[in-house]
Write a protein that binds this ligand. Structure first.
Ligand code: CP
Length: 330
């Protein structure tokens, strides 16, 4: 007998909700939340672009005040595949005429949204807005701070590759512009929750002050950091945040820290190469690795982004508890 995708998802969810109403930081994601999110994401992924009716009659606004390809498109497509109505505002919004983020969010909240997805250049904007609106707010990346849905899709990619429930005994080497990276902000938090060993490699100018207190090791020599690593996670040099002033030239950076085949071969035999995108080919990672090396899991990350975002939209946009607004006020 053919499986009914909706029934399968409902059975997997088993009436569970997340412990959080807004997702602004990985700090608020518990081990139980992760177990639920990953189980549902795997199911959603297995059903591809199947159209679910779960969030019919619910609306989502993508408020992206900074550019995006994968995060914005995947939230929009995910919402549509859950039968939501969607609208996108951002760099073309009335903030360009001097309207504040708060007035913008309160205006959008008046449309009785279920979900407001926010990306901003400044750290703390999604958290601030979440305190003032009734709708669930999802942080789609705030300044140098966090990008929690990226961390969830990254963790799912790693767990599925290593077929484990956690990352104990696994070493993740993060290479590049840690200082300006919100991806690092969320990734380091989730890796800690999953028990991974974290190594960080790059030029000293990219190491935030006291980052070693977070329980990771710092490496100036990238080869040393890659030795035996299970995941090689390359980050982009974020020139839009002024990173160009922290390194001599992109060519120099690529020579010293770019991930080449020789460097990737230093990692463990079953290692994978990851990158949040957008990739700057031949600066962060050598182009041939991105396109043809089977260790590159960059497009698997993108695919998992859809599954994770669909899961979050279902969980946050269609809670099984009836006291949604009371939950928000707690
Ligand atoms: N990884 C990521 O956030 O990519 P976009 O900027 O394209 O959304």
């Amino acid at each position: 007998m053919a499986i009914d995708p909706e029934k399968d998802l409902i059975e997997t969810r088993a009436g569970r909700d997340t412990s959080f109403f807004d997702l602004v930081s990985i700090d608020s994601v518990t081990p139980q939340d992760m177990e639920l999110i990953f189980a549902l994401a795997r199911k959603f992924r297995s059903y591809g672009t199947h159209k679910f009716s779960f969030n019919k009659g619910c609306s989502l606004v993508n408020a992206f005040f900074e550019s995006s390809t994968r995060t914005m498109a995947s939230f929009d497509l995910s919402a549509k595949q859950l039968s939501m109505d969607t609208s996108n505002v951002g760099s073309n919004s009335s903030t360009t005429k001097g309207e504040s983020y708060l007035d913008t969010a309160e205006t959008l909240d008046s449309y009785n949204l279920k979900i407001l997805v926010v990306r901003a250049r400044e750290a703390g904007v999604p958290e601030f807005l979440a305190r003032h609106v009734q709708t669930s707010v999802i942080n789609a990346g705030d300044g140098w701070h966090e990008h929690p849905t990226q961390a969830l899709l990254d963790a799912l990619t790693m767990l599925d590759h290593f077929k484990g429930a956690d990352l104990k005994g696994r070493t993740v080497t993060i290479v590049g512009d840690i200082l300006h990276s919100r991806v690092f902000g969320s990734l380091s938090r989730i890796l800690k929750k999953l028990g991974a060993t974290i190594r960080v490699a790059g030029p000293e100018t990219f190491f935030p002050a006291h980052v070693e207190n977070f329980g990771l090791t710092l490496h100036h020599k990238v080869d040393e950091a890659l030795e035996g690593a299970h995941v090689v996670y390359a980050l982009r040099v974020q020139e839009e945040r002024g990173a160009g002033g922290f390194i001599p030239t992109a060519r120099e950076y690529s020579k010293m820290y770019g991930i080449s085949k020789r460097r990737l071969d230093l990692a463990a035999k079953d290692a994978i190469l990851m990158h949040p995108g957008p990739v700057r080919r031949d600066i962060d990672v050598h182009s041939a690795l991105v396109s043809v090396d089977e260790r590159a899991h960059i497009l698997q990350q993108v695919e998992n982004g859809m599954a994770i975002r669909k899961t979050l939209l279902w969980l946050l946009g269609n809670r099984t508890d009836s006291s949604i607004k009371e939950f928000k006020r707690k």
